[in-house]
Design a protein around this ligand. Structure first.
Ligand code: PNS
Length: 162
């Protein structure tokens, strides 16, 4: 069984994340979308909310499951028997940080590969940060947030401060 892990903060899951999940799920037998429990950056959504939103977004993908993790991603990947960690790359600007993370993870778990998937062009500008910024100011987040979570995210961004 080929198990891959797609980790992230997912604060909140975006259409760009869902694009990567969908495409990665076709390349492995089981994809675990892993939500980092304690993000150092200030999160708008709790870990529980982030997982619920992911669960709703991936409901149509039978070989995808969600999980939460604390601590090192490399340890989580090893514990789940994962063969690879998946990350999406939007632009050259993502590369430097991703290269560092992948190199570190490889040192920590040499048996776990990192696989990069290029984000589809229509999502190349999408990030959780951009979605939060637009939503907070009442802008249209239709292209940024999966439909199943849109109302919840829209309302949360208009009423919460973080
Ligand atoms: O969605 P993000 O915020 O870009 O995801 C970053 C994430 C969760 C992949 C990264 O912060 C992570 O793996 N954190 C866990 C701690 C860890 O393993 N650190 C060592 C590798 S840098």
């Amino acid at each position: 069984m080929r198990i891959w892990v797609y980790p992230g903060s997912f604060d909140p899951v975006t259409s760009g994340h869902l694009d990567i999940v969908t495409r990665a799920s076709r390349l492995c037998d089981r994809l675990i979308v892993a939500v980092l429990n304690n993000i150092s950056k200030q999160a708008v959504f709790t870990a529980e909310e982030r997982v619920v939103m992911l669960d709703r977004a991936v409901a149509g993908l039978p070989n995808v499951e969600t999980a939460r993790f604390d601590g090192l991603l490399a340890e989580f990947a090893k514990a789940r028997g994962a063969e690879a960690i998946v990350r999406g790359l939007r632009a050259v600007s993502d590369f430097e940080m991703e290269f560092q993370i992948a190199t570190m993870n490889r040192r920590l778990a040499p048996q776990v590969e990192t696989v990069f998937i290029m984000t589809s062009t229509e999502h190349s500008f999408v990030s959780s940060t951009i979605a939060k910024d637009v939503g907070r100011h009442g802008g249209d987040i239709s292209d940024l947030i999966p439909e199943v979570n849109r109302e919840f995210v829209k309302n949360a961004l208009l009423t919460r401060r973080s």
